[in-house]
Design a protein. Structure first.
Length: 630
């Protein structure tokens, strides 16, 4: 394994500057953001730790080029590893199940056939885990069969004169097919086709199909001025250089007798495009080169009477056109600033930089992510899907709520040498790292106004998830306080233990005057990298209605020779909980949890020498604290 520093360099200076710039942001509310009811979805997740995925623990299966020239599968077969169909090799699945935990790759003229009710199941658990890849004149044909992917999104890549034919074949999961380099795609009588991204002289013919989303690329130098047919039913439509108003696209798409054709375009630099009187599901904007672009207030689900997208490197205009979803694609060395927008997907690639604020990624076409050597910051927003980082990229999430809409959007994952950095953000499903990637999580929960002289628990999260091939691990965290805009930082606690949504430490405000203060939480790994979260706190006199109070709670501590005698009481017929914390904020004991049986309960607490905070809480939200010294 290569040393960690050879493939994963932490962008410490950039992260520090962005953390300080966002120092006075408020953490997102503990309440989940509202979502459109049409998108509501139920999903399952086995606990808060990383799920266990099946591994490719079997040797790859080679067909052709040293392996069997033809392999016929006519009884159910499980393959835990890649399948390579090479050099005119042939794989036939006839009336049986092929359950595959790996990629299916065809090259050099290899062929795959699914026949007579065959089922090809990619046994995957997150988007993009496994895929079908055809290249170098290879071929895939499916007739009266089924392709599935455990309910997640399935990927297909076609290139270099490869051919993909599916007739009367079922694809129950959403499928993304990318067709380029003179490849051919033919679909007939297919329900739920999914995304099709096409370019580079490819040929596509779709007949009697349903729910298809062709992403029509508008390359540099192309000129397009068209109105698309109504999407609900398309009798016949061809989009090619032979279509009036179209020039320079270089590919052909023919759609016959199909329903729900969700027209989508992808506009690239130097194109000239005007879309009139149409309904577009997707408008993707490719941002390549080394320009700086800024967009503000561009929203999904909007009718545009006359919108000229504010980009200087192309002409992109929508006249009387409704756009469901926007996709932004920063690439090359682009620097992209986005503010107050709503979009369906943004993935930074190559060496691009993206800085998005006060925006919503609704996840309708997939997710928010980073790839290559890109840097993506997403601050003060919401992500209604999943987040992912790949290769050597960095994805920095600040003050953001991440909540999935669809079952296949559950897992938030850092992949392959990438950083996912989470500051004061909330996840319904916590992120984790695979292989050589790393997730660093630093979050302080929002605090209400505090009374000077109190011992205030500070809750939040301080932890690291590193992939199994990444040797870096959690080292420690430190929690500090400072007068607003007036460091130095004063240490509250220095802890070597990770915290997941629990008490970080207790801030003793005794002797501090009322006013504005900052809290800072810094998490370190053992390679010396760090991530800091900040929040503002106000110290003020207690006001009527504060939840800190008695509400029938009482708490007393007495020294005894063998420990601390703790006496407490609470309202009858209500549940109370008594917990003990050390001064690092670590919970050391739950002394009582339930309904008090007597007017006053008592327990014996036998801690080691030290200072402890005992917290008595009622189910009505009132709490009572006391400090004990042993």
């Amino acid at each position: 394994m290569l040393p960690y520093f050879l493939f994963l360099i932490f962008p410490q200076e950039r992260v520090d500057s962005l953390c300080l710039a966002g120092r006075h942001r408020r953490a997102p509310s503990s309440e989940a953001p509202s979502k459109p009811p049409v998108f509501a979805a139920q999903y399952g997740y086995p606990g808060q730790g990383p799920p266990v995925f099946p591994t490719e623990d079997k040797a790859p299966l080679f067909i052709g080029l040293g392996g069997p020239e033809t392999l016929l599968i006519d009884t159910d077969y499980v393959q835990s590893g890649f399948i390579w169909v090479l050099d005119k090799g042939v794989l036939i699945v006839d009336g049986a199940l092929l359950d595959l935990s790996g990629h299916l790759i065809c090259t050099g003229g290899g062929k795959v056939f699914l026949l007579n009710g065959a089922i090809l199941n990619f046994n995957q658990f997150y988007v993009g885990q496994y895929y079908l890849w055809l290249t170098d004149s290879s071929r895939f044909e499916a007739y009266d069969s089924e392709v599935s992917a455990n309910g997640t999104m399935h990927y297909v890549y076609l290139e270099k004169k490869s051919t993909y034919i599916a007739k009367r074949t079922r694809f129950p999961d959403w499928t993304f097919r990318q067709v380029y380099n003179r490849a051919t795609l033919i679909l007939e009588d297919v329900y739920h086709v999914g995304d099709i991204r096409l370019e580079d002289s490819c040929y596509i013919h779709i007949t009697r199909c349903d729910t298809l989303m062709p992403w029509l690329q508008l390359p540099g130098g192309s000129v397009v001025d068209v109105a698309f047919p109504e999407p609900e039913y398309v009798d016949h439509y061809e989009f090619s250089d032979a279509t009036p108003g179209v020039d320079g696209i270089g590919y052909t798409v023919i759609i016959d007798t199909s329903w729900r054709c969700w027209w989508s375009i992808a506009a690239w630099p130097s194109c000239s495009a005007t879309i009139r009187n149409s309904e577009l599901r997707g408008s993707a904007v490719g941002l390549s080169g080394a320009d700086t672009h800024r967009v503000y207030g561009i929203y999904d689900f909007k009718e545009h009477t006359d919108l000229r997208v504010p980009l200087t490197d192309r002409y992109l205009r929508f006249v009387n056109t409704y756009i469901w979803w926007w996709n932004w694609k920063p690439m090359g060395k682009t620097v992209f600033y986005m503010d107050s927008c709503m979009f369906s997907e943004l993935v930074g690639k190559d060496s691009s930089e993206t800085y998005a604020t006060r925006s919503i990624c609704d996840g309708a076409t997939i997710h928010l992510g980073s790839e290559g050597n890109s840097f993506v910051q997403f601050a003060d927003g919401q992500v209604w899907s999943f987040v992912a980082s790949w290769q050597r990229s960095t994805l920095l999430l600040e003050n953001t709520y991440v909540v999935p809409l669809w079952p296949y959007q559950v897992f938030n994952i850092a992949h392959s040498h990438s950083h996912m950095l989470c500051i004061n953000s909330r996840f319904e499903v916590q992120p984790f790292a695979l292989d050589t990637a790393i997730v660093i999580f630093s979050a302080i929960d929002t605090l209400d106004t505090l009374a000077p002289g109190s011992l205030a628990p500070v809750t939040g999260s301080a932890w690291i998830s590193a992939g199994p091939q990444n040797p870096v691990r959690f080292k420690n965290y430190r929690l500090y306080w400072a007068w607003d805009e007036n460091p130095p930082w004063n240490l509250i606690v220095d802890s070597a233990g990770e915290v997941h949504s629990d008490t970080l430490g207790f801030w003793n405000t005794l002797g501090l005057p009322p006013g504005d203060y900052d809290l800072r939480l810094t998490v370190w790994d053992d390679a010396g990298d760090s991530l800091s979260a900040f929040i503002d706190v106000v110290l003020a006199s207690m006001r009527t209605g504060e939840r800190e109070g008695s509400a029938g709670l009482s708490l007393q501590i007495f020294q005894e020779h063998d420990g601390l005698r703790v006496r407490f009481s609470g309202p009858r017929s209500s549940s109370i909980r008594l917990e003990a914390y050390d001064m690092t904020g670590r919970k050391v004991a739950i002394l009582f949890d339930g309904e008090p049986k007597d007017e006053e309960e008592g327990v014996l607490f036998r801690p080691g020498p030290g200072v402890y905070v005992l917290v008595l809480s009622g189910n009505d939200g009132f709490i009572k604290r006391a400090v004990a010294i042993r």
